[in-house]
Design a protein around this ligand. Structure first.
Ligand code: PTJ
Length: 252
């Protein structure tokens, strides 16, 4: 039991979700390590959504709303942390949902499909034989994708990802939107657009933005994308962290 007044109660509740997903058999044990790394970066950005992430989210929603075949790619950690929000965002932007795992097993794929269906998803791609197409130049199990999903997607939203697949998808001419709280990771550096923030905070904000921005016309959305520069956003996030650390060191 986590005490009501524990100063880090929220963070501990999120940990419990991740541990439960491991016990239920759909989170990879390595997902616990990934989560811990994320917690560390969250301290560095002040455990709040910062301006660089807001700008990236707006451009991401513009990109997703203009996409012909947008897909949200789901792994074990995403299914553990934001299952309902994945389904709600997919509905708002008219995206497909596909399971794509680094540590791929059929059992985990099926369990993640179940979690997403319980959250309201009508169709979940990438499970078992549905993942019969291959991403070229990628040698991990992540290379196998659905012909109806990631294979033909023009925009793919990924979270807590390894860099190789992001690079391979970009090489295939796709736009990759990465949610990664570590601006130094290969995924963050390789993605077309990087949201440097905690996925827990990102999804609700993206859902609100999608509701609002759906009313904009195509030219307005395209303008937001044209003005966006991912390198600048990554630089901004690193400057923010270093300035914040500096200020904190002065206040001790
Ligand atoms: O479910 P599977 O088999 O596909 O495996 C999923 C994991 C996450 C284990 C796999 O993709 C992996 O090993 O990922 P990495 O290489 O550890 O990368 C995860 C990235 O996500 C790191 O850069 C973390 O800092 C970042 N991250 C961790 N927690 C969060 C996060 N980013 C946003 N929000 C978080 N809560």
């Amino acid at each position: 039991m986590i005490p009501e007044n524990h100063p880090r109660r929220e963070s501990l509740i999120i940990r419990e979700k991740v541990v439960k997903a491991l016990e239920d058999g759909y989170l990879a044990p390595q997902g616990l390590i990934a989560h811990g790394r994320g917690e560390c970066f969250d301290y560095l950005i002040g455990e709040k959504t910062q301006e660089f992430a807001m700008k990236a989210m707006k451009a991401a929603i513009a990109m997703l709303l203009l996409a012909k075949n947008p897909v949200i790619s789901v792994n074990g950690n995403m299914a553990a942390l934001v299952p309902d929000d994945i389904v709600r965002l997919a509905e708002e932007i008219n995206a497909k949902i596909e399971v794509n795992l680094f540590y791929r097993t059929l059992d985990r794929e099926k369990k993640i499909e179940e979690v997403l269906k319980r959250a309201g998803a009508k169709e979940v791609l990438g499970v078992g034989d549905d993942a019969s197409a291959v991403i070229p130049e990628l040698f991990s199990e992540r290379r196998r994708v659905s012909k109806k999903g990631i294979y033909i997607a023009d925009v793919v939203l990924v979270g807590l990802e390894d860099g190789d697949r992001t690079e391979a998808l970009v090489k295939m001419g796709k736009k990759v939107i990465a949610i990664d709280i570590n601006p130094l990771s290969r995924t963050s550096q390789m993605a077309s657009l990087t949201i440097v923030d905690n996925i827990i905070r990102v999804f609700p904000k993206m859902i609100s933005l999608a509701k609002e921005m759906k009313k904009s016309d195509k030219d307005e959305l395209q303008k937001i994308i044209n003005q966006y520069n991912n390198k600048e956003i990554l630089k901004e996030s690193l400057r923010f962290i270093s300035e914040r650390m500096n200020q904190l060191s002065l206040s001790l």
